[in-house]
Design a protein around this ligand. Structure first.
Ligand SMILES: NC(=O)c1ccc[n+]([C@@H]2O[C@H](COP(=O)([O-])OP(=O)(O)OC[C@H]3O[C@@H](n4cnc5c(N)ncnc54)[C@H](O)[C@@H]3O)[C@@H](O)[C@H]2O)c1
Length: 249
């Protein structure tokens, strides 16, 4: 019961890390608001949380839409009275080098991965600050710390999330809001994000991780749980790397 009665919002909760985090948060006693742009998988994930006895709702939500963010917080506060935890998890990836990346792809990646996190964090702080407590967890990536030649826009967006997180953390700390803001940096995981990779590509990526294999969504969900819980009360502006040793080399 590490999150007993905490009201938590998780974006992109229909699949992968978001779904795993929603299930774990519910097991730990949280009230869980799952949001996703894909209603079908979002409702299916909600059903899984409810089947486990969790208290949860689903909201259809595109993280790039500013008005929708305001609506999400209005709905959560009218239903549960407050917001304690926000996990800015929704994200997309496109493989393209600086030469190949179109301007439309560049804008789409930044819209979802960086602008979505900006909006969630900005309005999250407004929703949390009256209560003088809160935890915001932003999904960056190891690709926010190191670069790959074929991930120009993804690297840029995730690097942006890393420093936006620190700026927001400093603002909240100096304003004495009691709100912590941290980023999480996973290595490659077995999630739908990598469904398009061939067996051969997966083996090559596994080889880049010193542990010799990819991670699972739950490996990251446990890190998010720690940052969401009061155990992390002295942790803000930090970056939690969960990558099987990828960036230690
Ligand atoms: N999978 C990995 O290896 C990995 C590694 C490092 C970082 N990450 C990051 O972790 C986060 C989750 O990744 P994942 O692997 O679970 O992805 P996933 O593709 O399995 O799930 C992402 C979810 O986000 C939703 N989504 C996409 N665009 C959205 C939008 N505009 N508004 C709301 N929801 C939207 C999708 O519908 C989906 O349910 C992402 O930010 C990703 O960049 C993933």
């Amino acid at each position: 019961m590490r999150l007993k009665d905490k009201v938590t919002v998780i974006t992109g909760a229909g699949a992968g890390i978001g779904k795993s985090t929603a299930l774990l948060f519910a097991e730990e006693g949280a009230k869980v608001v799952l949001t996703d742009v894909n209603e079908k998988i979002g409702v299916a994930a909600l059903q899984q949380v409810l089947n486990k006895g969790g208290q949860a709702i689903f909201l259809h939500h595109d993280v790039t839409n500013e008005e929708k963010w305001k609506k999400v917080y209005e709905t959560v506060i009218s239903k549960f009275g407050q917001v304690d935890v926000l996990v800015n998890n929704a994200g997309i990836a496109i493989q393209a080098s600086i030469e190949d990346c179109t301007y439309d792809q560049w804008r789409l990646i930044h819209d979802v991965n960086l602008d979505g996190v900006f909006l969630g964090t900005k309005y999250g702080i407004l929703a949390m600050k009256a209560n003088k407590k809160g935890s915001i967890i932003n999904l960056s990536s190891i690709e926010g710390n190191i670069a790959e030649p074929h991930l120009a826009a993804y690297n840029s967006s995730k690097g942006g999330v890393r420093l936006l997180t620190k700026s927001a953390a400093l603002h909240c700390a100096k304003s004495k809001y009691g709100i912590r803001v941290n980023s999480v940096h996973p290595g490659y995981l077995h999630t739908t994000m990598h469904d398009r990779f061939s067996e051969e590509q997966i083996r090559e990526i596994e080889g880049r991780h010193p542990v010799g294999h990819l991670g699972e969504a739950i490996d990251v969900a446990y890190g998010i749980l720690y940052l969401a819980s009061d155990e992390a009360k002295f942790v803000t502006g930090s970056e939690l790397v969960i990558d099987g040793g990828y960036t230690a080399q």
